[in-house]
Design a protein around this ligand. Sequence first.
Ligand SMILES: Cc1cc2nc3c(=O)[nH]c(=O)nc-3n(C[C@H](O)[C@H](O)[C@H](O)COP(=O)(O)OP(=O)(O)OC[C@H]3O[C@@H](n4cnc5c(N)ncnc54)[C@H](O)[C@@H]3O)c2cc1C
Length: 412
Amino acid sequence: MRDDIVIVGGGQAALSCAARLREGGHQGAVVMIGAEPWLPYQRPPLSKAYLLGKTEAGRLGLRAPEFFDTQRIAVRTGTRVHRIDRAGRAVELADGERLEYGRLVLATGSRARTLPETVSGGLDGVFTLRGIDDAERLRAALADAGRVLVVGGGYIGLEVAAIAAQTGRAVTVVEQTDRLLRRVACAQTASAVGALHGAHGVDVRTGASLARLMGDGSRVRAAVLDDGSTVAADLVLVGIGGIANDDLAAAAGLAVDGGILVDASCRTSDPAIFAAGDCAVFPFAGRRVRLESVQNAVDQGIAVADALLGRDVAYAPVPWFWSDQYDAKLQSVGLALDYDRVIPVAAARAGGWAFWYFRAGTAVAVDTINDARTHMAARRLFASGAALSPDHLLSSQFDLMQYVRADARAAS
Ligand SMILES: Cc1cc2nc3c(=O)[nH]c(=O)nc-3n(C[C@H](O)[C@H](O)[C@H](O)COP(=O)(O)OP(=O)(O)OC[C@H]3O[C@@H](n4cnc5c(N)ncnc54)[C@H](O)[C@@H]3O)c2cc1C
């Protein structure tokens, strides 16, 4: 029993951890318990190709069902873990069944923040987007919607706005802060993304808060903003951020603070329990960070498995992310926090841009729009730890790829 590893969650981080445990030669049982009725699947297409009707739910699986058998990973889908009994080293399922563990991994993800009932009015036609079920409902409703309101100017809201606009809906985006992507990107990136939406006819209103939704019977028909103006809408997508699923951990007495607190080896305040993915808050670059990205779920799942396999782990990722809107691919590398300068650089490909973030004279992140070459080079740059200054970037002779290659040669 001591060798058995139970993973709570059936998503990207859970799968990554389970697969790595087997790759690394773990011999004991590996059990994944996921509340959703599906084997691990990709969420990113839910706000992109799936919503556009270009892919179906059956094609979103991260691994074929046989993978789990051949790797001896026992997956319990449609099963919720109700409680952790730390003293007894067991988890209790919603139906009362107990499963003992040697070590436990929490990969419970995050959930979409919802509007308070006083604002949403409990009306039909109001959606959040997190899982396949949400996406199915949203896709069906979009087919009948003429006027779409997106609440929140973050990535998920903007991706849905793009799909709705591309498929002929009149779209309004309301964002309560002074610009789009406030939490994740600089003003220059936000302005480029805003221009993209403007060019597709989306009415982007920043500095505008939703006061309440109004219905005609039980269905949403309009939104009242805090300046008293109204926006007609027969479908509302709420994209106002995610909340870490840390309730199970908190109820078990583990340290949480906006997510499950882990150390650099991804261990929680209980040495037998680890956490990875959207639910975990970890030390990074001198602060505590929680990331909602495929990169983090995959890499942190691997880091947890490595720690479980007895390897030395100091999780220090190169964070990266992407978003597809219209024909633009937005990509970011690094953490766009506490920067003091942003330098825009036009890409070799017409229309492409890179926005480099600097802190105290060193590049810390870069957003690119239709500039995959710079994105990939920047991933290598940040992974190598080489410093890039504004002087490098602004020199007319500077070639990022050459710089990265030269640094790799110097290091070898
Ligand atoms: C619509 C959408 C678009 C996205 N697009 C991008 C993108 O373009 N690029 C990118 O990098 N990232 C994107 N992301 C984010 C990315 O998908 C997530 O960061 C990633 O899926 C996190 O993986 P995870 O395993 O931590 O959590 P999840 O994938 O959320 O998995 C957690 C699982 O745990 C289950 N669970 C929770 N509590 C319990 C319990 N008590 N018992 C049993 N099971 C439980 C949940 O039901 C869930 O199935 C997107 C996310 C969404 C929702």
